[in-house]
Design a protein around this ligand. Structure first.
Ligand SMILES: [Zn+2]
Length: 63
C-alpha cells in the first residue's frame, strides 16, 4: 500500500508541489520558502507604526 500523494500550493511562492509527510518544510515547497514566510511574519510584527511622538518633536512644537 502506497501513501496518497497530494499536490499542494506553496503558501510562500505559490508553486505546486507534492505534499509529503517526509517533507520537513511542508506546507512549503522548500526551506527557503519557509524562511521567507517566517521572515514576512516577523517584519509585519515590527512594522506596526508607533503613534508615539518622539521627545525631539515635542520640544520643537511652538508653545
Ligand atoms: Zn515555495
Amino acid at each position: 500500500m502506497t501513501a496518497p500523494i497530494f499536490q499542494t500550493k506553496c503558501p510562500s511562492c505559490g508553486k505546486q508541489h507534492t505534499y509529503s509527510t517526509t517533507n520537513p518544510n511542508r506546507p512549503f515547497c522548500s526551506e527557503r520558502c519557509k524562511l521567507i514566510d517566517l521572515g514576512r511574519w516577523a517584519n509585519e510584527e515590527y512594522s506596526i507604526p508607533a503613534p508615539i511622538t518622539s521627545p525631539e518633536d515635542v520640544d520643537s512644537l511652538p508653545n
